[in-house]
Design a protein around this ligand. Structure first.
Ligand code: SF4
Length: 1061
């Protein structure tokens, strides 16, 4: 962004805008804000090993270690081998002390310089902190604007931090964290520069040198913070009376050079990986953002190039795990064969980077082929992580190959995550953001705005439209944050820009729904070429995602909402009839041609596509009985009445779509073909009526979604009507569910359309079941183990309590007081043995509530809390996030904590409990689905009849993949270690146990298969003792776990492809 004089005026937009009082924004306040933001920037972008406040502690620790080493070396009886080790460590520590000393001196000089500056020019208005290679090439920049009170003119006080200043600092850091500042990583060591705008008379040549004409790259967007001082009567004072034209830039002579690399080189690598408790101002988000990251982070990034047959693979690290290499070999086989594949590899083994490296290198080796990578993730966090890895890889490939390696890669998400219009973003949920955006961008709204200037539009969309074909993203890798920054900088809407660029991108990262939900896929993914390689990462639940994409539930409240929607639509029709009947006539004529015209709609007018098979439907003419708007409303009214009648039942009913449609036809006179068109017909009508607040019309959309699906599919679905939830039969809560049983229906278009689809996860066992469930033939289907130099996973099957009574959550045993007591005693014993975090998973919320209530009554919970703090997952996301946050804090403090959670819950799916956050995970029971659920029973019946999958097999497979998913949370990298207890006697049976992934089974010894609580405690003690010993991280002899380029070359020479590990 160009730095123009006069910026910082009140019209300018700030990412953080803080109004404060004169008492907190004196000279001392300004100094402390700069100082704290400096610390924040250095720490959050990993340029210093610990927060500024704790550096002296670390420094003291190093000095103490140095003294101890010296004392040990003077001992007469030190063995030569030990002496060598001590000497080597002493050298390292000495080196680290020097580095840290230098860093602390620089920061201290910098602080003194800032204090001198504030004394000399107390009204300093603008300060810029820049992280990067030089001030002109910033990676991150934080611009601080101060609007002072007149008091600061007379600043003669000291720089001690008073309460008001401290509060202001905390508020600032909190605001920074909530804007997402510091949540991205910097690509390596950087330098930190400080520039200030001050009068030319400033004379501190030892500390500040004038730097005229400072401005950074036009494309760069700094993060802006404003501190506005208010007088007591709340009036903002005019800016400090320097004339901004008289101010010039000064650059501070003291640079903070990154010392992270050298400090990490020593054994103190835990400094970054195990964050020091943060000062209160840094808030809880700090440790979370720091602990998340790729498992290969500890490895220094360096070049690695090797061949897999005819493909030269570029891998951005200096070592590769053997399983990563094998994974690439198998993946390449699938790409060569132009077929689909299933690959299971444990988490923490660098699956993502292996996938990205191989596919991008494969693309580079075939420059004429239009190969595109479409990478599907489950969450936005995973999307950002993948793009972060891709950035590293892309930088490396470009450094090595130059411009030919340049690609365009972007993440695509909903408006909620990409919108930059603050007024729209203020809407509370995704649907409201969508609706608020439509209100400003729909074609008819824009047409109206041309006549009426009071109609509000979105400036970002208008600039994007104005740029027309020139609105393009230059090559590069764009995370969602990058897209937002780019959009803000150019003034273009990042959401529409990203959607437009999908057709040009080489790599697209988005969520499963963009391919699996036909409503979304029909809009976003329709342009993708056949040659695209589709990857579904963490795909162990892909069958459920497919099923959910095609299932609809209708409740009483849906029908009430839909009735209100129809009333509104009816009013709108009447209004249009009176004012613009031509529009309705034009729509009628268009419907005779079919709905295909919808494809020509502008991006802003597009709605979700048809939930079934759009192309089949769009080409046909819309049935005559729903072409006229009022007739269509009438048909929908009849449909609602019919559904209301069906909900009015006291018995559970189940029927097929065919019989449902025929009874609908006979009772309400609505034909199957009419039903099929409902969804598109509704959207056509809503557009004709220029309805933009789509979020209010969700109920009628749900009903039409249901109608179209039920009218389209004759098999693979059931309609189930239940008058109440079976677990609460006394509360009437009727629900009509159109339930899809066949996961292959949603994914079939993906398999048919694209030449290679990769389904991968850490948990795909038994791997032969997925091809049957999803109805496809993989050309490659492999499960990989994790190579390890030590047995860092310790799975155990606990079948009995300390009183030798069996434990299980089997229906007839789960409430047995003996089982509940034995589970409690197991936990009490374990928390006294295991340091740090312990995570417990239960089979359901109701079971967890029941067992914890009993533990509370019997005093077991009290015994647990005497050892560790206890936190719970609830169905409320905000509560759970808070609990997780505090759980981590407790673990960071060293006291450790217990987290109670539920299989199939949010925590089990997406939260990592790596390192000290999880040393033990206990799975209480086998997490079978609720087997009396009518939907589940219908699905089981369908699977048996259609795919010959037995009920028991499917239920066991499903329960065991959930259990594996839960216990897998505890180990997220090879440097990590953790124990897993499967606490249920049923796990000792071969038919259950054998369905666990191979990487868990390979560590499950026979001696650990039938344990009582006492035996498990003994094994836990032994395991933890073993893990506390130093070990060889690289592996030796036959157990080599890190391969270098030379190893791979040697293997190629000798023709050996399979590694021993
Ligand atoms: S056009 Fe883009 S920036 Fe404007 S409101 Fe819609 S999503 Fe937000």
């Amino acid at each position: 962004m160009e730095m123009e004089e006069g910026e910082g005026s009140t019209e300018e937009k700030y990412d953080v805008d803080i109004a404060t009082t004169a008492s907190s924004l004196g000279g001392s306040g300004v100094f402390h804000i700069i100082n704290d933001i400096l610390g924040f920037v250095l720490y959050m972008y990993q340029q210093i090993p610990s927060v500024l406040q704790d550096m002296s502690l670390d420094f003291d620790g190093l000095q103490t270690e140095f003294t101890d080493l010296e004392a040990n070396l003077t001992q007469p009886d030190v063995k030569p081998l030990v002496r060598r080790k001590l000497l080597s460590r002493k050298r390292e520590v000495k080196h680290e002390i020097k580095k840290m000393q230098k860093l602390m001196t620089t920061i201290s000089t910098l602080r003194s310089a800032l204090q001198l500056l504030i004394r000399e020019a107390p009204g300093v208005q603008r300060v810029v902190l820049i992280l990067g290679g030089s001030p002109l090439r910033p990676q991150k920049a934080y611009e601080l604007f101060f609007t002072h009170s007149v008091d600061v003119l007379r600043f003669e006080g000291d720089f001690s931090k008073n309460k008001a200043t401290e509060a202001l600092s905390k508020k600032t850091i909190r605001a920074l964290i909530s804007t997402g500042a510091g949540s991205t990583s910097c690509p390596g060591p950087m330098r930190l520069f400080i520039l200030v705008q001050a009068p030319p008379s400033l004379n501190l040549p030892q500390h500040f040198l004038p730097k005229r004409d400072f401005r950074y790259n036009r494309k760069f967007v700094p993060l802006k913070l404003r501190f506005k001082c208010k007088t007591q009567d709340n009036e903002t004072n005019p800016p400090f009376n320097y004339d901004t034209n008289d101010l010039i830039w000064f650059q501070c002579r003291h640079l903070v050079n990154n010392t992270q690399a050298s400090i990490l080189a020593g054994n103190r690598s835990t400094l970054l990986s195990a964050p020091t408790p943060i000062s209160p101002g840094f808030l809880s988000a700090v440790p979370i953002s720091i602990c998340l990251g790729h498992s290969t982070r500890g490895r220094r990034r360096k070049k690695m190039i090797f061949k897999i047959e005819d493909v030269t693979v570029y891998f951005p690290y200096d070592n590769i795990y053997p399983e990563q290499y094998e994974y690439m070999v198998e993946l390449k086989r699938a790409l060569d064969a132009k077929g689909h594949c299933l690959l299971e590899m444990p988490t923490g083994t660098g699956k993502t980077i292996a996938l990205l490296s191989l596919i991008t290198s494969y693309r580079l080796s075939r420059p004429d082929s239009p190969i595109k990578l479409v990478y599907c993730t489950r969450t936005v966090h995973e999307m950002e992580k993948t793009l972060g890895e891709l950035k590293i890889l892309h930088d490396y490939q470009v450094t090595h190959l130059g411009a030919q390696a340049k690609i365009l890669a972007l993440g695509l998400s909903s408006r909620k995550n990409l919108c930059v219009n603050p007024k729209v973003l203020a809407a509370e949920n995704r649907d409201s953001v969508d609706a608020a955006c439509r209100k400003r961008t729909a074609s008819w709204v824009r047409a109206l705005a041309a006549e009426n200037p009071n109609v509000e539009l979105c400036d970002y969309f208008e600039s994007y439209e104005k740029a027309a074909d020139n609105a393009l993203l230059p090559p590069g890798v764009y995370t969602l944050e990058d897209l937002r920054a780019f959009g803000k900088n150019r003034g273009w809407c990042p959401y529409f820009l990203a959607r437009h660029m999908v057709q040009f991108a080489n790599v697209i990262v988005y969520s499963y729904q963009y391919l699996l939900d036909p409503k979304v896929a029909g809009i976003i993914s329709k342009e993708l070429q056949k040659e695209s390689v589709i990857v579904f990462d963490e795909a162990h639940n892909i069958d459920n995602v497919c099923i959910e994409a095609l299932s609809v539930s209708v409740r009483r409240v849906t029908l009430e909402g839909a009735n209100r929607n129809l009333n509104k639509i009816r009013q709108e029709i009447d209004r249009f009839k009176a004012t613009d009947a031509g529009r309705l006539r034009a729509e009628y004529n268009r419907l005779i041609e079919g709905l295909a015209l919808r494809g020509d709609l502008s991006g802003t007018d597009q709605w979700l596509a048809n939930p079934a098979l759009p192309n089949d439907i769009l080409k046909e003419a819309v049935p005559g009985n729903i072409r006229r708007a009022e007739h269509f409303v009438h048909v929908l009214r009849r449909l609602l009445q019919y559904l209301e009648g069906r909900l009015d039942t006291e018995n559970v009913e189940k029927e097929s779509p065919v019989s449902f449609v025929s009874s609908l036809n006979s009772q309400a006179g609505i034909e199957q073909k009419t039903l099929k068109f409902c969804y598109d017909r509704l959207h056509s009508l809503m557009m004709t009526l220029e309805i933009t607040d789509t979020d209010e019309f969700l109920p009628i959309q749900t009903v039409c979604d249901f109608a179209t699906l039920v009218g389209t599919y004759a098999r693979g679905f059931s309609i189930i009507i239940e008058p109440y939830d079976e677990r609460m039969p006394h509360i009437p809560d009727p629900i009509l569910q159109l339930s899809c049983h066949d996961a292959s229906l949603a994914i079939k278009p993906v398999f048919d359309r694209f030449q290679s689809v990769v389904i991968t996860s850490g948990t795909l066992s038994p791997i032969d079941l997925y091809p049957r469930l999803l109805s496809f033939n993989p050309v490659v289907s492999r499960s990989f183990k994790m190579s390890m130099t030590r047995d860092c996973i310790c799975p155990m099957v606990l079948t009995r309590g300390s009183d030798q009574l069996p434990v299980s959550t089997k229906f007839d045993m789960r409430s047995d007081p003996g089982v509940v007591r034995n589970y409690g005693k197991l936990l009490v014993e374990m928390v006294s043995v295991v340091p740090d975090g312990v995570v417990c998973f239960f089979v359901s919320y109701s079971y967890m509530d029941g067992i914890i209530a009993t533990w509370n009554e019997t005093g077991i919970l009290k015994e647990i809390t005497q050892q560790k703090l206890v936190f719970f997952e609830t169905q409320d996301v905000v509560e759970t996030t808070l609990a997780l946050d505090n759980y981590r804090r407790a673990c960071d403090c060293g006291r450790g904590a217990v987290f109670f959670s539920v299989a199939r819950g949010k925590v089990a799916e997406g939260i990592d409990f790596d390192r000290h956050y999880g040393r033990l995970v206990v799975m209480f029971g086998v997490p079978f689905q609720y087997t009396l659920s009518k939907i589940l029973l219908a699905r089981l019946e369908y699977l048996r009849d259609t795919f010959q999958i037995k009920e028991g097999d499917f239920l066991t497979f499903d329960a065991l993949r959930q259990a594996a998913q839960c216990v897998g949370r505890v180990i997220r990298s090879k440097a990590d270690y953790g124990m897993m207890i499967f606490a249920d006697k049923r796990y000792s049976r071969h038919d259950k146990r054998s369905k666990l992934p191979g990487w868990i089974l390979s560590h499950l010894r026979d001696a650990h298969l039938n344990l009582s609580t006492d035996m498990a405690i003994h094994i836990a003690r032994e395991f933890l003792r073993k893990m506390a010993q130093p070990y060889d991280k690289t592996g030796t002899m036959g157990r080599k776990t890190l391969l270098t380029q030379e190893d791979l070359e040697k293997m190629a020479e000798t023709g050996v492809q399979d590694m021993v590990y």
